[in-house]
Design a protein. Structure first.
Length: 328
């Protein structure tokens, strides 16, 4: 006698309440958090720089006798400039594909999120190439061997950062670094370093660990902000197996940065965001959708593009100190 089977009474279909995607959390990205963003109305312009040495110079103040004039000093200014390049990426959807889309999918929204993610990854790479490489800051310190913070027996990361703080404070004319940025691999070594664990309440050890938060690391290294570059990039071309890596690598940056940029305000770095493009927000980001006759002749129902316009720039090199290869 023929019997029905489970496969005979059901035709497999995609679930309507589940799809899988791999958009990284925005918390992984720090490019828009470390340095202030300055909204600019022109793609390029200049800004003034006061002479720092003149601010701190001594020896000109004199004791005044009756009816004598004070010693007069001067002031000097210089200028520098920015240029906000425009970066963009797009995706289109043909009419037939959209018409045949399953209910569980919203490929246009997914496309816009994919584009935004790709541009955020590119911006994080720009941050690394502008601020996380040798030759950009007042001091580069390449660690090797016993000095690398992955050497739990011989290295002393707290003393190294303390010395770096003093170096920046002297070279910058009195500004204490208030921000530390590290690659993910650096952070993962620091949280198990005996010197770090010894500073925690209860005297934790490698075998008797305590929860080490980024806030605790900020306290230990005497900074207000402690950022970890956790964003991941895939450098392989389409069709080839993924080649994933943390964008931040193995470096660590110590710097001074104000909460906001403004008049008479120093900063190690700034992001100049061109916000005068149509539809752009104050971070220089815009999402645009097009559907016109030219696209319809190609049977394209819609094209989406995401653009960013910015210039990430070191504006005070003496306000930064970079540890290169902080861990092995």
């Amino acid at each position: 006698m023929p019997l029905l089977t489970p496969s005979a009474v059901h035709v497999d279909q995609p679930l309507t309440n589940l799809t899988l995607a791999y958009a990284q959390s925005q918390e992984n990205f720090i490019a828009d958090k470390v340095f202030p963003t300055v909204g600019v109305s022109k793609q390029s312009d200049k800004y003034y720089i006061y002479d720092r040495a003149n601010m701190n110079r001594t020896g000109d103040v004199e004791k005044l006798a009756p009816r004598t004039e004070v010693n007069r000093i001067g002031m000097t200014l210089s200028t520098s400039s920015y240029f906000a390049d425009v970066y963009g990426l797009g995706m289109d959807f043909d009419e037939q594909t959209l018409a045949n889309e399953d209910a569980a999918l919203d490929i246009r929204s997914a496309g816009a999120e994919t584009l935004a993610m790709r541009l955020m990854i590119h911006r994080e790479e720009q941050f690394a190439s502008n601020f996380f490489v040798a030759g950009q800051w007042g001091t580069d310190n390449t660690l090797t061997g016993n000095d690398q913070w992955s050497d739990y027996t011989n290295s002393d990361p707290i003393d190294a950062v303390t010395l770096a703080r003093r170096t920046v404070q002297l070279s910058s004319g009195g500004f204490k670094p208030n921000t530390m940025v590290v690659g993910k691999e650096v952070r993962d070594k620091l949280i198990n370093h005996p010197d770090v664990l010894a500073r925690l309440n209860g005297g934790a050890t490698v075998t008797n660990t305590a929860l080490v938060t980024d806030a605790k690391l900020a306290e230990i290294f005497e900074v207000e902000n402690f950022y970890v570059m956790e964003a991941v990039k895939n450098s392989s071309v389409e069709g080839v197996a993924e080649s994933n890596a943390f964008i931040g690598g193995k470096n660590a940056l110590l710097c001074y940065t104000p909460s906001n940029a403004g008049l008479m305000s120093p900063a190690a770095g700034l992001t100049f965001a061109w916000n005068n493009l149509e539809g752009v927000n104050n971070l220089g980001i815009t999402v645009e959708s097009f559907s016109d006759d030219a696209l319809k002749r190609q049977q394209i129902a819609e094209m989406i593009q995401v653009k960013m316009s910015y210039d990430m720039k070191v504006v005070g090199d003496d306000l930064g100190y970079l540890f290169i290869n902080a861990v092995a």
